[in-house]
Write a protein that binds this ligand. Structure first.
Ligand SMILES: CC(C)(COP(=O)(O)OP(=O)(O)OC[C@H]1O[C@@H](n2cnc3c(N)ncnc32)[C@H](O)[C@@H]1OP(=O)(O)O)[C@@H](O)C(=O)NCCC(=O)NCCS
Length: 185
């Protein structure tokens, strides 16, 4: 199976439904941390939920409407990066990421996101990569900044999460901005 090195023992690989047990064990380690702002933790509390969530991304890959990749650190699944939406015709997509707490603070989410955004823009002709994030989620906002994204606005109280309405910040990078900032050596 192919793997892309993220350096320092970390690798990016496809994260597919057959890995549901490994994914569930990872989510069990990270559930509280991952679930503070996003629904992934609550959607994958058992093996059936984990398998269904991974399958939903396998289905998106088949229809070219989304992608999912895991991040392994020294052989342990510790997080991932994804395209929640992907529309090659319109040239738009929305990226995202998560990590279990032990793997945070090393740049893995930013490096993994860079790989998939670079692929989307250079190989797939995507023009606009979006990042939607709760305005309370400072670590994720910092990832968007490190990716060179621009804060475009706030969807006020649009996201009902665990009984509370959250504001969603919209960040994005356009293809010409990405290519100017990430020139090939
Ligand atoms: C969002 C999330 C993935 C960010 O994780 P993170 O570890 O802060 O982000 P990165 O992996 O890019 O690491 C960056 C941090 O590592 C540090 N770092 C250490 N070594 C590094 C290196 N070699 N390269 C880059 N950064 C490095 C950076 O300084 C930064 O720390 P800082 O923010 O304290 O300055 C994580 O908080 C998370 O999983 N949250 C729960 C799920 C979630 O909310 N996902 C986002 C949905 S929108």
């Amino acid at each position: 199976m192919f793997a892309i090195s993220l350096g320092e023992g970390a690798e990016l690989r496809p994260l597919e439904p057959w890995r549901a047990e490994e994914f569930l064990a990872h989510m069990d380690r990270g559930r509280e941390f991952v679930g503070r702002h996003i629904g992934l933790a609550d959607a994958t509390t058992d093996l059936a939920g984990a398998r269904a969530w991974l399958q939903s991304y396998a289905d998106k890959a088949v229809t070219d409407t989304g992608r999912l990749y895991g991040i392994w650190l020294d052989g342990l699944l510790v997080g991932g990066v994804l395209f929640r939406t992907f529309d090659a015709t319109a040239g738009t997509c929305e990226a995202g990421c998560w990590l279990e707490p032990a793997a945070a603070g090393h740049g893995l989410a930013t490096r993994g996101s860079r790989v998939i955004i670079d692929w989307a823009i250079r190989e797939r002709g995507i023009h606009r990569v979006e990042w939607q994030v709760s305005d309370l989620n400072t670590p994720s906002i910092n990832v968007a900044k490190r990716l060179g994204m621009t804060r475009e606005g706030v969807l006020r109280q649009n996201y009902l999460y665990r009984g509370e309405r959250q504001n969603t910040e919209v960040w994005a990078v356009l293809a010409h901005e990405w290519l100017a900032a990430n020139a090939l050596a």
